[in-house]
Ligand binder design. Sequence first.
Ligand code: DX5
Ligand code: ZN
Length: 221
Amino acid sequence: MKVRIAPSILSADFGHLADEIRMCEEGGADVIHLDVMDGRFVPNITFGEKVIASARKATSLPLDVHMMVVEPENYFESFAGAGATGMTIHVEAAPHLQRQLARIRELGCLAGAAINPGTSLGAIHEVALDLDLLLIMTVNPGFGGQEFIPASVDKVSRARRLLDEMRSHAALEVDGGIARDTIQKVWRAGADTFVAGNAVFSASDPKAEIEELRRICLETV
Ligand code: DX5
Ligand code: ZN
C-alpha cells in the first residue's frame, strides 16, 4: 500500500495560499485537503467555491474537499465546477447518503464519506461499494490542531476489515491530530491517506515534514 499525505490548508497562511499549496506540491504531497465548514454542521466557518477555484489554479494535485456542512448536495455542482477532484460528505449530515454519493460520481468526482468519532462504522456498511474514499475522523471536526483520539486506531482496523470484506477499493483516510507520534499507528491499522494540517504548516520545514511523515509510516521497528 502506498502512503498518501494530504496537507490540510486549514492551517496555511491564507494571505499566501497559492505559495503554501505550491510548497506542499514541491514537498511531495499526494493530495491537497480543503476543509469547508459552514458554521452549522460544525461551529466554525472557513471557505467555499472561490478558494477551491484558487487552489485549482495553484496546483495540478488532486483537490479533496472535506465538506463539514449541512445539505452538502447544495454545493456539489459548484465545487465540481471550481475544480474539486473529490468531495467527502459527513454521514451525519447525509440522510440520503447513497444518492448523494452517486451524484458526486456523476459529476466526475471521487465520492467520499466521513464519519465522526461518535459514529459507528455501520453507518457506511451499506454504501461501501459507492465509496472512493472513507474518512475516519480522528478528532471531532471543526478545528485544526486538536489532539488525536486514541480509540480511533481500533476503529481504523475495523474499517480496513470492512472495506476488504466488501472488496471495496476505497482509500481509507484519517483526519485530525495526525503527526509524527500518531501516524504510524493508523498506518499499521490500515489507513493509507493521512490528512495533516498543524503538523505540516507549523513545522520549521513543511516540505521536509511531509517526507518525514511518510518515512515514519514505512520505517520498520
Ligand atoms: C478538522 C479538519 C482537519 C484539520 C486537521 O475539522 O477536518 O482537516 O485541518 O488539522 P490537524 O492536522 O491540525 O489536526
Ligand atoms: Zn478535514
